[in-house]
Design a protein around this ligand. Structure first.
Ligand code: AMP
Ligand code: FE
Ligand code: FE
Ligand code: ZN
Length: 278
């Protein structure tokens, strides 16, 4: 069997439910040749994952998933092998994390009017992880209001909910440029995710490519198959690389580690280009 690599995973450093080391161990156990850790807006899990990869004898690629927006559409940019000390990007990410903390606090305040939960644990957790709605979902699940994160999202955490509060997001074009400036490789995450009302429009993809986008995650469990052909065609015309990955969140989502993957050629191309190669 050819070597397979999973380029998109989340740990407890953001909204996954397992540690970076556990993700690496699981990747080795299911026979992946390598795995990237791409927690939301943080590099905090890199050292642990790197050490675990050495123990388990598989490859590791340091990455993250950046919270961005373009024309009011929420967009996610995967970034691989960037210099974690890069100042412009680092400052922008700090602002994203800070906003996420205040936003979680505000959503919790609104929910506390109708749900009887001890919220302190959520806010305190923001010290060591990038906070998101999934952490609020977990509190609602623990208190018995919902069976799982998905049910909490569907009922009270979605963007049209009265409890919803938006969070700061970097302009996608700025994020792509900052990732390049930081020696990283930017890849557009899940451009046809079924939770959106429509796929990313092709003009936006043109603009992202002009700003330095390297790749596009067309093989993702949540991409809607019917939306893919025009994106695939335009990506090819623009010379973008196509990636595949699972977006694993441990028990937080149904996505299974390694259910979508990329081949060795893709992995190696990213590594060749990246400033931080492992
Ligand atoms: P936030 O970062 O606070 O905007 O929350 C968005 C994150 O929640 C996404 O990155 C996903 O990881 C997760 N998410 C979105 N929808 C769901 C869902 N239905 N079930 C579980 N997790 C979800
Ligand atoms: Fe997530
Ligand atoms: Fe995402
Ligand atoms: Zn993700």
């Amino acid at each position: 069997m050819p070597a397979r690599y999973d380029l998109h995973t989340h740990s407890l450093r953001s909204d996954g439910t397992t540690t970076p080391a556990e993700i690496v161990a699981e990747a080795a156990a299911i026979g992946l040749a390598g795995v990237a850790l791409t927690d939301h807006d943080t590099v905090e899990g890199w050292d642990e994952a790197r050490a675990a990869a050495a123990v388990h004898g598989i490859d590791f690629l340091p990455g993250m998933e950046i919270t961005t927006k373009h024309d009011w559409r929420s967009t996610h940019v995967l970034a691989y092998g960037l210099d974690p000390e890069a100042t412009a990007l680092g400052a922008a990410l700090a602002r994203v994390r800070e906003s996420r903390l205040g936003r979680a606090r505000e959503m919790v305040n609104r929910l506390a009017a109708d749900f009887d939960i001890d919220w302190h644990s959520i806010i305190e957790a923001g010290e060591d992880r990038t906070l998101g709605r999934p952490h609020i979902a977990d509190a609602l699940v623990s208190a018995g209001y919902y069976p799982d994160r998905g049910a909490a999202f569907d009922d009270v955490l979605h963007p049209r909910s009265p409890y919803y509060v938006p969070t700061y997001a970097i302009e996608t074009l700025d994020a792509i440029r900052m990732v390049r400036d930081a020696g990283g490789v930017p890849v557009l995450a899940h451009p046809a995710a079924g939770r959106m009302s429509r796929p990313l429009d092709l003009a936006a993809l043109d603009a992202f490519a002009a700003a330095g986008l390297w790749g596009i995650e067309l093989d993702h469990p949540e991409n809607r198959e019917a939306w893919l052909p025009p994106l695939r065609e335009r990506a090819a015309a623009l010379g973008l690389h196509v990636t595949g990955a699972s977006d694993y969140h441990g028990a937080g989502k149904s996505n299974l580690l390694g259910e979508r993957t990329s081949p060795a050629t893709t992995w190696q191309s990213i590594r060749d280009l990246a400033q931080v190669k492992r």
